[in-house]
Structure formats: structure tokens, C-alpha cells
Ligand binder design. Sequence first.
Ligand SMILES: C[S@@+](CC[C@H](N)C(=O)[O-])C[C@H]1O[C@@H](n2cnc3c(N)ncnc32)[C@H](O)[C@@H]1O
Length: 279
Amino acid sequence: MNYRHLFHAGNFADVFKHVLLVRLLRALQRKDKGFAYLETHAGPGRYDLYAPQAQKSGEYRDGIARVWDDASGNEGVDDYLTAVRADNPDGKLRYYPGSPRIARHFLRAQDRMYLAELPPEACAELKALFARDKQVHVQCVDGYAALKAWLPPPERRGLVLIDPPYEHPEEWERLRRALIFSVGRWPQGTYAIWYPLKVGTPLARFKSDVIAEDMRNILCAELAVWPRDTPFRLNGCGMLIYNPPWQLDTQLPALLEPLANRLGRGSGGQVHVEWLVPE
Ligand SMILES: C[S@@+](CC[C@H](N)C(=O)[O-])C[C@H]1O[C@@H](n2cnc3c(N)ncnc32)[C@H](O)[C@@H]1O
């Protein structure tokens, strides 16, 4: 297990994922009843973009650095940026909040957060970040095993984010099994699974395997920043959303297209939203 998200923190994929995450959390806030936010691959929670790893890859420069000063009035992007700015109170971009930190920004007093992160070093950082926070529960365990213990959460409403590193080809099969298990255990939950758009990945097979299961109401949103057939690089990414909030499908183009314009490279970014399985 060598994956270190610090190399990738704040890249275009993080921006896409976290803008969507905020939109999903906002939808849960529409009701007063508390919700649970559960995350299987939480990471350390916050990243110092001045660290040598982030500086070496420079990925954030084509991600958050292109969006940081956005003044276009895109409500969803503004909402996300409030969480990023909260970690950079002096107005200079230095710290990039990971998904747990962003989610925490949108938790109300009645909501809870359950996080899993396996590598001990990253998990220790995550625990330290939320050490005195009674609304946050951190476990240094395998995220897929955590799902078995967590679901259904006591709140009975909420969101599960699954954001694995995709270091091993079997990740796709683990994901498929995790989704089937989780939906079986807690069909009312919303599930968001991040995935890479990269030549040579079994994404098409994964999607057709999911379609073949007895599940409905699955939306996919994708952002490509490079042409999809460019070899050897991350060309874009997507989010598979089971039980998306009402009307998300029609709202996503307006949310994501301005982002694609900012984040696209070469001939520009492209957004694609499709129902993998309709309601
Ligand atoms: C893509 S990063 C997560 C980034 C985070 N979700 C965010 O958006 O800020 C994936 C994380 O999963 C962790 N990880 C790898 N295998 C894991 C496993 N089996 N269970 C839980 N975490 C794991 C890695 O250490 C890494 O921090």
C-alpha cells in the first residue's frame, strides 16, 4: 500500500469530487432530522500544499488553484470554496481540506460522521484532526469491512462516500461487491463512488456488471479534462451515485460545465451526465 493522496490533493479530480460531495450534503440538509456521513477511504483529512510531495507533482495547480478565485457566481462552487477558504483564513491557498474536513464543514449539530482509513500514519493524522470532536468517529480499519459494521447507521438517512485509490485491479470487483452488499443492507442510503477515467481500466465492465444487478436509480456524472483516449494519464473522473437527490441529474450540467471550462486542458473539458439505471 504505497498510495499517498498528498501527491494528488486539490487536483481536478478532488475539485470535482468535493463539489459534488457538497451538493449531496446540501440535499441532506433539506430535512431537519440528523444524517450520517460515512466514508470508507477518508485519507488524512487535510493536506499542506507547500509539502514537497504536493509541490513535486504540482497537481493542485491544475485543480484548486484554477478555481480558488472563482467569482462566476456558481452557487455550488461558491459553497465548496467556503470550506476550502475556512482552512486558509489568511486568504492564501496553502491547505487543501480532504473530504472529511469538507464534509465536517456542512455537518449540523444533529449530524454524525463515520470515517475509515487503513494506513496507520494517515489514520493517526485523521484522528488528531478530529480528536475533540464528538460528532466524528474515526476507525483505522479497511473501509469495506467498516461498511459491514456501520450499515445501516442509527440516523437511518445519509451518504456513503467510497473513494478508493484504485492501485489494484481487484478494486473494481471489491467495489461492485461493496455496493451490492451495502444497498442490500441499507437501500435508503445515498452512495457516491468516485472512479477514474483512464485508458485500460475496466470501467465499462464495471458499469455493465452494475446494470446487471437488481438495483435502480443510479446516476453517473463524469468530467473529462483531457480527450478520453489519451494514453498513460488520468483523463478525467466520475462519480456513480446510487439514490441521488431529486433533480440532481438536471442540475449537474449547470454546476459542472463552468468547472469543466476552468479545469479542461488542450481542447477543453467535457461533462457527461447519464442514468446508468433509471428510477
Ligand atoms: C483517494 S484517497 C482518499 C481521499 C479522500 N477521500 C479525500 O477526498 O480527501 C484514498 C485513501 O484510501 C486509503 N486506503 C487505501 N486502502 C484502504 C482500505 N482498504 N481501507 C481504507 N482506506 C484505505 C489510502 O491511504 C488513501 O488515504
